[in-house]
Design a protein around this ligand. Sequence first.
Ligand SMILES: Nc1ncnc2c1ncn2[C@@H]1O[C@H](COP(=O)(O)OP(=O)(O)OP(=O)(O)O)[C@@H](O)[C@H]1O
Length: 263
Amino acid sequence: MSEPSYDHQVDRSHMQVSDEIAIQISQMNKWYGQFHVLRDINLTVHRGERIVIAGPSGSGKSTMIRCINRLEEHQSGKIIVDGIELTSDLKNIDKVRSEVGMVFQHFNLFPHLTILENLTLAPIWVRKVPKREAEETAMYYLEKVKIPEQAQKYPGQLSGGQQQRVAIARSLCMKPKIMLFDEPTSALDPEMIKEVLDTMIQLAEEGMTMLCVAHEMGFAQAVANRVIFMADGQIVEQNNPHDFFRNPQSERTKQFLSQILGH
Ligand SMILES: Nc1ncnc2c1ncn2[C@@H]1O[C@H](COP(=O)(O)OP(=O)(O)OP(=O)(O)O)[C@@H](O)[C@H]1O
């Protein structure tokens, strides 16, 4: 089985992964009512790692990352994020949310606020950052995602790719240590996928710890140092992208890859 080829292939050798642990999940289980959606998940993520979570629809990928920033609550086992164990204590949730940024498939921008207002809303109202400082930070990140000229526009005036870059900039304004992405390019036209991947590649090069649920494997190919394959609520297999694509171990993974790669 040959590796898919994308024009995002870069030399990843300079990207550092540290020994420090960013996320530790042990024996984690989650049910939706009677439905056992995540089963005995064990996962260690080191700082600077760039992980793609792949797997068939309904395998629990989104639920797993939603548990990491506490949008969903797990029922047993442990999740430790940046040294903080996730419990139902609200203070603890706030702490974790401030360490973990999340970008969704549908950008979730406020349509009636300008791009600048979207970016400064949480820093001003949640973090109590002075308006001027919040705006300077917002402009810094809009420049980073290469759309500073869009600051005064409304989301509806931007392309999907631009809106997704705004969503990434908005997360960065909260200075997260970890970024979670839930299918960030799924709602985009092919020509816009590249813009968003370029932004993600830039973040990865700066050492951001990233977990990305993805159906298309562009990010895996471009910058991931690990691909995790999930099926039926379990981690079935994980490996570096090179070996994951070239030498999948389980039948389930082989079947999945032949579906997505078309051979
Ligand atoms: N709030 C919920 N209540 C009940 N069941 C849910 C809820 N959210 C998700 N599920 C179910 O849990 C399972 C896992 O969903 P999840 O969204 O985590 O899968 P996924 O692997 O991310 O799928 P996809 O690739 O289609 O986004 C699915 O069967 C889904 O229908």
